[in-house]
Design a protein around this ligand. Structure first.
Ligand code: ARG
Length: 565
């Protein structure tokens, strides 16, 4: 049901000012309080345009709109409020939701491809909380893109190349004794990395050795490549244990190393376009000089020893991906601390006349902390992601054991609940905010949590299990005041899916299902669902559709929806 579009059309037909349907659609709001209608249209913009009092405009507009399609239309201050015809809408909507697996989805992105660069942890290091954020935000945005009809390509741009791997190999050659590199755990590799970094600070000769090994890597030296290959493989095994638990997959795990043989082209191109300058032996793009207003710093493209850099690989990757996938948009889901990097990347591509650089979007996010302590992989105070997931799992299991001690597969369900809680917590806040969280709070079955939403859905399943089941296509006559808040919320789902994608903001979905769950739970507290009366089937239809929407939403966020918990 395309309610908002229909209302927009009706407003459009009644307006003489030149506003497009799209503009009108984007202005339509859902009032917080149903007393102000199911939808509202603010007239500030029109009033400003024609330089008149908004309240007058609203009154005139409300008067002009065709009433037959609505229960009531009312001007309230600068708003026109629309009240829908409850009984008709309720029955249509419930039938629609229960008959389709795509309720709420649209085809806006048909034939368009969105590339999503996400997760992208660095090998030989544990995956950080920042990478977890990139993974779950990126995955949710990819799901939202699909729900809006786009084709998506998810790329895990592994940090598997760079001078640090030269240092790493130098450390192994120095201190590895005879222990084969296969037998190093990530923790041991990290220790090797930390130790050699400290040593290199004291002794420039060691830093030199590291650079020499990276040079060998870039030149495809057999020994260097074989050590690097093993380190990479070990890391991927650990990363994929986490991805499997999160239920996340990628279309490509070509990381930075993949571009080793693809960088020379872009360097040559920059040279031909006269964008490269030599500075103390290094090759740079002098952005302060080329784009004085941009305030961007110099971008180093090649070090004086010829080694390439992070941005060199990103330049090559962007060009390669445009070619390979012909994307319409390329999203980079990466922490806000890399803002300058992506501005430089876009600026250099633009200077090189790649117009599509405008289609690159850095989807940034804030810092995540656990109980106040910053989780950084360079310092000693890291909290491994696996520990976070394990603790969440155990907390979920404890609650299940109390609430539902006879539950079969309690351990599997605890995993879905614990991991879901971590994902939900990550997604429910505006991504740009930094969030501090405490595992006890986020795994609770009550409050603004993932488990609360999952629990609501499991509750609906348990009610349905006790019933004879909903008979489809029945006339669902529910026009009472207790039901309407739920209907009105469900009516808004298509709109939420669209907005959440347009604003690259999965938190809108999370907030939406929290609200829908609350609406359902207050309905459930006041209504006997399973009593045998003429509306029994209609009520079963209603709660079935609530469950479907919760399940679709959780799936969009990348969270499982157990039937029992
Ligand atoms: N590996 C990088 C890091 O951990 C993130 C890579 C993001 N993607 C990219 N194309 N630069 O900081």
């Amino acid at each position: 049901m395309k309610i908002v579009e229909n209302i927009a059309q009706i407003i459009y037909d009644s307006l003489s000012q030149g506003m497009t349907i799209e503009e009108i659609t984007s202005l339509i709001e859902k009032p917080k309080n149903l007393e102000n209608g199911d939808y509202a249209f603010p007239v500030f913009k029109i009033a400003k345009h024609v330089k008149r009092n908004p309240n007058e405009i609203a009154t005139e507009l409300a008067f002009r709109i065709d009433l037959t399609k609505f229960d009531k239309i009312e001007a309230k201050g600068p708003y026109v409020n629309f009240y829908l015809k409850k009984d008709r809408i309720a029955s249509q909507l419930i039938t629609e939701i229960n008959n389709s697996s795509r309720y709420g989805f649209n085809e806006v992105g048909r034939d368009k491809t969105i590339l999503i660069d996400l997760s992208s942890p660095n090998i030989a290091k544990p995956m950080s909380m920042g990478h977890l954020r990139s993974t779950v935000i990126g995955n949710a945005i990819a799901n939202l893109a699909t729900a809006n009809g786009y084709k998506t390509v998810k790329i895990n741009h592994l940090g598997d190349w760079g001078t640090q791997f030269g240092l790493m190999i130098a450390a192994y050659k120095k201190w590895g004794n005879n222990k084969s590199i296969e037998n190093y755990s990530i923790d041991e590799l990290v220790k090797l990395y930390v130790d050699i970094n400290n040593a290199a600070k004291e002794n420039p000769k060691i830093a030199e050795e590291g650079r020499a090994w990276f040079k060998k890597l870039e030149e495809n030296d057999d020994e260097a490549i074989s050590l690097w290959t093993i380190i990479r493989k070990q890391s991927l095994i650990e990363f994929f244990e986490i991805y499997d638990r999160l239920g996340i997959s990628f279309d490509s795990t070509n990381g930075e190393a993949f571009y080793n043989d693809k960088m020379q082209n872009i360097v040559t191109l920059l040279e031909n376009k006269k964008l490269l300058t030599k500075s103390q032996g290094a090759e740079i793009v002098d952005l302060p000089k080329l784009l004085p207003d941009s305030n961007l710093p110099i971008a180093m493209i090649k070090r004086s020893d010829g080694a390439t850099l992070y941005i060199t690989r990103d330049l090559a990757a962007a060009v390669y991906r445009k070619h390979e996938y012909e994307f319409d948009k390329a999203f980079y889901v990466v922490g806000a601390e890399q803002k300058t990097h992506f501005l430089q990347l876009k600026a250099i591509l633009k200077l090189a006349d790649f117009d599509w650089s405008d289609d690159i979007e850095h989807i940034s996010f804030g810092l995540i902390t656990l109980g106040g302590s910053k989780m950084s992989s360079r310092k000693g105070n890291t909290i491994a992601l696996v520990d976070v997931l394990n603790t969440a799992h155990n907390l979920a299991l404890q609650q299940i054991n109390i609430k539902n001690p006879d539950l079969l597969n309690a351990n599997d369900i605890a995993e879905e609940v614990g991991v879901g809680a971590v994902i939900f917590n990550d997604l429910m806040n505006d991504r740009k905010l930094s969030i501090d969280f405490n595992l006890d709070d986020i795994v609770r079955f009550e409050g603004d949590t993932g488990p609360y939403v999952q629990y609501t859905n499991a509750r609906i399943h348990s009610i349905l299990k006790k019933s004879t089941g909903y008979q489809k296509n029945d006339n669902n006559v529910l026009n009472d005041d207790k039901t309407w808040p739920i209907i009105s919320k469900m009516l808004d789902f298509p709109n939420v899916i669209k907005k959440a994608f347009d604003q690259r903001d999965p938190s809108q979905i999370a907030k939406y299902i929290l609200q829908l769950s609350r609406e359902f739970n207050s309905y459930y507290a006041n209504t006997k669902i399973l009593v045998e009366d003429e509306n029994l089937n209609a009520r079963l239809g209603l709660i079935t559709s609530v469950s479907k929407i919760i399940e679709t939403s959780l799936k969009l966020l990348g969270i499982k929806a157990p039937n029992e918990m």
